[in-house]
Design a binder for this molecule. Structure first.
Ligand code: DGL
Length: 279
């Protein structure tokens, strides 16, 4: 009885900004009966260069808020926030499922033919103990070159995004990876899938570019099943306009977030509601 009443609650999704939308997209498709509450901590963006302790505190604050909505689970749709705060958040929240996101080092290491994989991520993710441990685990399979891209998240958050500036920021980083023989590039920040086309165009078709939205959506599905928390199927939900399935909140400017939402996700999000979040 208790589980079935929780099952109708939405799932919280959280990122420093619009990056989490790339994960949300995958979850909307993979879990057609679920509703979502999306939290963007834009007032503190970017997380990539903030102290780890500060980000951990933001993760805890936003988890507290989301749990009080109430929501039945949390997806930390941010590599940087997962590295800094997922462990502590899980300790605090016990039975409330928290799904994090980590760069896809394992799939990349198994996929490479050249034996060299590149990881694009924020400075904080690259420097985190959690990421270092992840790389060490797959060290025997491949040489992993992790490169931070400071400033890239801010360019992706600009509305409208300027592709020429994004290309100029990416080119030296990608060229370094190509010179080292990389044949798989992992997008280790949830913002980067929004410039995946520019990355792919620069590195060419012989280099695979992989992201983590779908595996995270599958992991959420698994966790909800295990906990008996899947929303009962209805005939309508999956066919509903997507904006009816997501409530958006931002610690930044709701109008600016709304503009970015449409620019990145399409005009079908025009009717989406974005509310201010003061935490
Ligand atoms: N989207 C976040 C991630 O996946 C980071 C963005 C930021 O630096 O705020 O790491």
């Amino acid at each position: 009885m208790f589980e079935s009443s929780r099952a109708v609650q939405p799932v919280a999704v959280f990122d420093s900004g619009v990056g989490g939308l790339s994960v949300l997209q995958a979850m909307l498709t993979q879990l057609p009966n679920e509703n979502f509450v999306f939290l963007a901590d834009e007032v503190h963006l970017p997380y990539g260069d903030k102290p780890q302790a500060f980000i951990e505190q933001r993760v805890l604050t936003l988890c507290d808020w989301a749990r009080g909505v109430p929501t039945k689970a949390m997806v930390i749709a941010c590599n940087t926030a997962t590295a800094a705060g997922a462990t502590r958040a899980r300790q605090v929240h016990g039975a409330w499922p928290i799904v994090g996101i980590e760069p896809a080092v394992k799939p990349a290491s198994m996929m490479t033919r050249s034996g060299v994989v590149g990881i694009l991520a924020t400075s904080n993710t690259v420097a985190s103990e959690r990421f270092k441990a992840l790389v060490e685990r797959f060290d025997p399979l491949a040489r992993v070159l992790a490169v931070p891209c400071p400033g890239l998240v801010e360019l992706i958050e600009q509305s409208p995004m300027d592709p020429a500036r994004v290309q100029a920021r990416l080119a030296p980083v990608l060229d370094t990876l190509l010179e080292q023989g990389v044949d798989v590039i992992v997008l280790g920040c949830t913002h980067y899938p929004f410039v995946r086309h520019l990355i792919q165009a620069h590195v060419g078709a012989n280099v695979a570019v992989i992201e983590t939205g779908l595996p995270v959506a599958r992991q959420l599905e698994q966790r909800l099943k295990e906990a008996g928390l899947c929303q009962p199927a209805t005939t309508l939900k999956g066919e509903q306009a997507p904006y009816l399935r997501v409530q958006f909140f931002t610690t930044g400017d709701p109008a600016a977030f709304h503009a970015k939402l449409q620019a990145l996700m399409g005009s079908q999000w025009r009717e989406a509601q974005v509310s201010p979040l003061r935490v």
